[in-house]
Design a protein. Structure first.
Length: 169
């Protein structure tokens, strides 16, 4: 199994305000500009990049080296200045910031698990009659794992929304 192969970057977008409502409004307004289907204060996007080496022999074709790189991009809100905000607002922001960072870190952990799953599934394909046939199988395998990954990410967000609503957030 290849070593962990994760390329990640974290970007921020500025949030301005001195009250909780101003911060909420700023996040709501800014989050629409995040793109990529994001609906919340932060976003995480992932891309799996398989790197495969094929070895052809008289017995057929096998993947001789399998690596899957995960490209992760996390976008978080950043409160530009708390000057003028009361202690309760500062405390609320700190709790919110911890939650958002932990939430996006969980998305990244889910993606990293599926990166390893993709490697294992590709390595398990074994010998096939030809390299083109092996390539088609690898493409189908990658698509299946990507679909399962997307479903797991959606399920995590759904569970978090339910948990948040039960906590009164």
């Amino acid at each position: 199994m290849a070593e962990d192969f994760v390329d990640g970057r974290v970007e921020t977008y500025p949030i301005h305000g001195q009250t909780r409502q101003e911060l909420r409004d700023a996040i709501t307004q800014a989050s629409g500009a995040l793109g990529n289907g994001a609906h919340g204060a932060a976003s995480a996007t992932f891309k799996f990049v398989p790197q495969l080496d094929y070895l052809e022999s008289e017995n057929g074709c096998v993947l001789s080296d399998v690596r899957v790189r995960l490209e992760a991009a996390i976008t978080l809100p950043e409160w530009v200045s708390s000057r003028g905000a009361d202690e309760a607002t500062v405390g609320a922001w700190r709790r919110f910031e911890r939650y958002v960072k932990a939430h996006e870190a969980r998305h990244e952990a889910i993606a990293a698990d599926f990166r390893r799953t993709m490697e294992r599934e590709l390595e398990a394909i074994g010998v096939m009659e030809s390299c083109p046939a092996l390539g088609r199988e690898a493409v189908a395998m990658v698509a299946d794992v990507e679909r399962m990954h997307d479903e797991a990410q959606i399920a995590f967000d759904r569970e978090e929304r339910i948990r948040s609503s039960l906590l009164g957030r």
